[in-house]
Write a protein that binds this ligand. Structure first.
Ligand code: FMN
Length: 222
């Protein structure tokens, strides 16, 4: 399939249901740059608190860097086999460095007026000053970008593998990640050598409550 054109992309339901956590990547098959950029760009469309976009993508492509990253990730082979591994970072304080730029862009695009922009800026700054756990705050939106990235990849014919099996301090030291960023997950990207089976999911009756915590779901399964 032509994996760069929107016409051949999978629909969202198709991409969501077909995506699997890839176990083995074809180490001989590179990921085209244009496809990688498209996937990263789609990931940036994820929502975030006050549109502060705390995600940062440290894109690891060279063989030497993937080898170093594997050593920080409990020696998981896919970290070295996949042509690209994205170290998904959560930036703790974008309200201090990027709020003006973000509001100005929204005003320029007509998303809201300059007057509303001033109010948004003031309320975002004030609300952010009250946040006590900045790592938790950044992780919330960053993981939405991580999920968006994987669905985007799948829709364009690219396999992915999310990973929490890594030592954060080792990754930070090896790749120069500063203290005001945390490592939320790794996502390997490339082409799977197999078609993993769907491992199943809990039903809606297990994961949904109705109107009150613990109250059984009555709409049944989809
Ligand atoms: C946050 C997160 C961390 C994960 N960490 C790892 C990991 O370190 N190594 C691994 O092989 N799989 C990892 N997985 C993959 C899961 O095992 C997999 O998503 C789950 O079994 C469901 O399979 P599916 O994604 O194919 O539906 C992780 C998944 C998530 C969402």
């Amino acid at each position: 399939m032509d994996t760069t054109s929107a016409a051949s992309a999978l629909t969202a339901p198709e991409a969501i249901t077909r995506r699997r956590a890839t176990r083995k990547f074809d180490a001989s098959r590179p990921l085209p740059d244009e496809l990688l950029k498209r996937i990263l760009s789609l990931a940036t469309h994820a929502p975030s608190g006050f549109n502060l976009q705390p995600w940062r993508f440290l894109v690891v492509r060279s063989a030497a860097s993937r080898r170093s990253l594997r050593a920080c990730a409990y020696n998981q082979p896919k970290v070295e086999e996949a042509p690209v591994v994205v170290v998904v970072l959560g930036y703790h304080t974008p309200y201090q460095s990027h709020l003006d730029e973000i509001v100005a862009q929204s005003v320029a695009l007509g998303a809201y007026s300059e007057e509303v922009g001033k109010a948004v800026r003031a309320s975002a700054y004030q609300a952010q000053e009250y946040v006590t756990d900045r790592k938790h705050w950044a992780t919330r939106s960053t993981m939405l970008a991580a999920a968006t990235l994987m669905i985007a990849a799948e829709s364009l014919g690219v396999s992915s593998a999310p990973m929490e099996g890594f030592e954060e301090q080792k990754v930070k030291a090896a790749f120069g990640v500063p203290d005001d960023h945390s490592v939320c997950c790794l996502i390997a990207l490339g082409y799977s050598t197999e078609t993993p089976k769907f491992p199943g999911r809990l039903g809606l009756s297990e994961v949904c409550y109705e109107d009150h915590f613990g109250r059984p779901w009555t709409l049944g399964e989809a």
